[in-house]
Write a protein that binds this ligand. Structure first.
Ligand code: ADP
Ligand code: ZN
Length: 751
């Protein structure tokens, strides 16, 4: 598409609320420029980086500025990714600028503190400019980008530099980042002959075989189709993913696999590396922007056949993509909760559809939405009903914590046993397991030592000054923390209300449980895994490795411990208080509870020895627990889906959540009410499928967060497009002013 059709380029600047801007294309650049490349453009007095999303022959604008430079040799976004971006702007009521700033690694900006670092090795350098730049960088070892741009001013520095980055000759580091890790794999020479991977020695089970068989045509020939691999924990889902990846690679097609959190799945990475040596690209949140670009370029150049990453890896620019896998597809971490609020699993399916490639979703506890889609025939259901080698599922039992049901005879006994949080049954089981030299997991989805501090004299509760939340006591670091905004206060002895020494810790978290375990089992090797013990780089992986090697006997943790570890020595799982996730004001509370319980229970008995799971609860009759005891996902689904149908919640309806935020409570409330009235007036117009329910406005359950007050409205309807239209109308009204409107399509957290 050369010539007149390319006179003007549509350029998106990756920043919130920006639509494409028009620039003219100087004839010198015309031949090199294509859709999906980055360009340097003037914006006001600044020079900024943008991405070309299209061309036109004419413009109605009178004054158009020129593109200054082309920064890439080849498009960094291919047409299918651009289509996906476009789809996202419409579905999530967002702008292309915002979408691109989420999709692309942070862009190289002009005047920043970045350092160009020379890398050793032999590189095929391009033209004279590249050689000169490389010589300069090599001479000094490292040089500020600013200095370099002064030395080469007036020449096409950025384009040449990008090429040097892309061939690995130099790296661009951010000056402030010191601790650089997580660069496993980088710097490995890539041998084009290395496409031979290590074949698996395992003989597939008949169920694994059948699952692959169903996908055969799509893996071989391509074409869109969504498969839901519903396989109990330990049934060999990962093996199925890897075989499917091998299949598509035989046809020179690449795979993308999404996992909930990379740092929690070192075992999966090990397995991928072993199976596809030197062929795995990893994208994770600990990468610096420069490392992210390095990975991005490796992926674009097709140097890896498998890309693995968390949520945002759904955007990775894999050429010739033949398969997208979403492991643990039910996991809430696929939903981004800030900025562009997208769902990576849903986008994986959309991307597969745009590209025409199969999408494989896997889980032992599928989301209600996905299982419903499978039942409706939109997804193909593949089942693995047994653990590999016929290992038995763990035996699950509940312990009723209610007073009347307990083994104790009087309240004094009850209190003393409750003070320990371990029912006699769980205590005995732990004792036995230790005696047999086996490992135990203790799960509690709340960290800290006490949930809050209260004065037992005047009732004063220590709260966060920024949020409508009480502060959690953490003993080891002697601090009171807000789990929402990170506010920290030292623990004083006196009640701020009445100045007495009367503050008492109420409630409990993992830190308290750890202390109790050490008291109950002196000398036991107890470990704890939650956000407090894993905040240092590498500490989490260290804990997981110790656990794998059996150096920890009892591991206490939050939901971090529920995911993917496959440790053969674990035969007991205890759940301290299973009701925590059930009592949240959220229509997915039961689903979330069932998933958490099944996942954590699935950690038990993965070796030769059978596993045992003990669930402590005040609500033993709740269907979430009853079906968890029987490992009956389909039973759970049947009950849950009835509840959803009765209350018209997803998958029987679509939701759009509107949150109004501002620093002045009266203003927020007033604006939310005005919006509510507008919506209700519009709602009366709708009929049938276009009917919309408007719930609220009301204060959000967490009314104040990070010093901002929050009100919300929930829109509910059969289809999402009428909901979106309404939301977009409001968006225009709220684009200026002190109260901001956040639109969340298919919301997860409405707190
Ligand atoms: P899931 O992902 O369903 O929890 P995994 O794929 O992790 O299950 O498999 C559990 C264990 O069983 C792993 O150690 C894996 O190597 C092993 N495994 C998988 N498939 C087979 C098979 N066909 N034969 C023997 N062992 C297998
Ligand atoms: Zn706070």
């Amino acid at each position: 598409m050369h010539g007149v059709g390319r006179k003007f380029a549509h350029v998106v600047i990756p920043s919130p609320v920006k639509d494409p801007l028009i620039y003219s294309v100087p004839s010198a650049l015309e031949a090199r420029l294509a859709t999906g490349m980055r360009v340097l453009v003037p914006l006001g007095k600044r020079k900024v980086t943008g991405v070309v999303v299209g061309f036109s022959a004419q413009t109605s604008l009178e004054k158009v500025r020129e593109i200054l430079d082309v920064l890439d040799d080849r498009p960094i976004l291919d047409s299918s990714l651009l289509k996906l971006c476009d789809w996202i702007t419409k579905y999530y009521a967002s702008s292309l600028g915002e979408v691109l700033s989420t999709v692309l690694p942070p862009l190289l900006r002009l005047n920043s503190q970045r350092v160009v670092v020379c890398r050793k090795g032999f590189f095929k350098l391009g033209g004279r400019l590249e050689r000169e730049i490389y010589a300069e960088v090599e001479k000094r070892g490292r040089i500020l980008l600013k200095t370099l741009s002064r030395l080469f001013s007036g020449r096409a520095l950025y384009r040449a530099l990008n090429r040097l980055v892309s061939i690995g000759a130099v790296e661009i580091e951010e000056k402030l980042k010191k601790n650089r890790q997580g660069r496993t794999e980088q710097g490995l020479a890539v041998d084009p002959e290395m496409s031979l991977n290590k074949p698996s020695m395992l003989t597939l089970t008949p169920e694994q075989e059948a699952a692959l068989q169903s996908m055969e045509k799509r893996l071989e020939e391509g074409g869109f189709g969504t498969y839901l691999l519903f396989g109990v924990t330990g049934s060999g889902k990962t093996e199925v993913y890897m075989r499917a990846m091998e299949r598509v690679w035989k046809r020179q097609r690449r795979s993308l696999i999404l996992v909930p959190e990379i740092s929690l799945t070192p075992q999966l990475l090990d397995r991928l590396w072993e199976r596809f040596p030197n062929q795995v690209g990893v994208l994770h949140s600990a990468l610096t922007p420069a490392e992210r670009w390095t990975q991005w370029w490796r992926i674009i150049r097709g140097e890896v056949m498998v890309v693995v990453g968390a949520r945002s890896a759904v955007f990775s620019p894999v050429p010739n993509l033949g398969l997208i896998v979403v492991d643990e597809e039910h996991d809430p971490s696929y939903k981004q909760e800030e900025g562009l609020r997208y769902h990576a699993r849903d986008l994986a399916v959309v991307r597969g559809k745009i590209l025409g490639c199969p999408v494989l979703l896997g889980s032992a506890t599928p989301s209600v939405e996905s299982f419903h889609n499978a039942r409706q025939g939109r997804y193909t259901l593949l089942e693995l009903t047994e653990r590999v080698e016929k290992r038995s599922m763990p035996k699950v039992e509940t312990v009723d914590l209610r007073l009347g049901a307990r083994e104790q005879k009087n309240t004094a006994d009850h209190q003393s046993s409750m003070a320990s949080f371990f029912s006699p049954r769980l205590r005995e089981a732990l004792q036995e397991n230790r005696a047999r030299g086996q490992q135990s997991l203790i799960f509690l989805n709340r960290r800290g030592f006490a949930s809050f501090l209260q004065c037992c004299l005047c009732g004063f509760v220590l709260r966060c000054p920024n949020c409508s939340i009480s502060l959690t006591l953490h003993l080891k670091v002697r601090g009171l923390f807000c789990h929402h905004c990170g506010f920290r206060n030292l623990v004083g002895d006196l009640c701020p209300g009445c100045s007495q020494r009367t503050l008492t810790g109420i409630g409990f978290g993992t830190e308290k449980i750890e202390e109790e375990l050490l008291r109950l089992f002196p000398g036991a090797r107890v470990g704890r895994m939650d956000r407090d013990t894993t905040s240092k780089r590498g500490s989490q992986e260290r804990l997981i490795r110790q656990w794998e090697r059996g150096e920890i006997e009892i591991l206490v943790g939050t939901q971090m411990i529920t995911k993917g570890h496959d440790v053969a020595g674990v035969t007991l799982v205890g759940i301290i208080l299973a009701d925590l996730s059930l009592n949240l004001p959220d229509f997915r509370a039961a689903e979330r509870t069932y998933q958490l319980l099944s996942q954590v229970a699935g950690r038990a008995g993965r070796g030769k020895e059978p596993g045992r799971v003990i669930i402590q609860t005040y609500l033993p009759d709740h269907y979430s627990f009853q079906f968890a005891v029987d490992h009956d996902y389909e039973g759970f689904f049947a009950s849950e889906v009835e509840f959803r149908r009765a209350l018209n919640y997803p998958p029987f309806s679509r939701l759009v959540h509107l949150r109004f935020e501002g620093i002045n409570l009266q203003e927020v409330e007033q604006k939310a009410k005005i919006a509510g009235l507008k919506l209700k007036r519009r709602q009366e117009d709708g009929e049938g499928a276009a009917r919309i329910e408007v719930l609220g406005p009301a204060p959000a359950p967490i009314e104040k967060l990070r010093s901002r007050y929050r009100w919300h409205i929930l829109l509910k309807g059969k289809k999402s497009s009428p909901l979106l239209e309404l939301a977009k109308e409001l968006q225009v009204l709220f684009s200026r002013g002190s109260v901001r409107l956040h639109i969340d399509v298919d919301p997860y957290h409405m707190l």
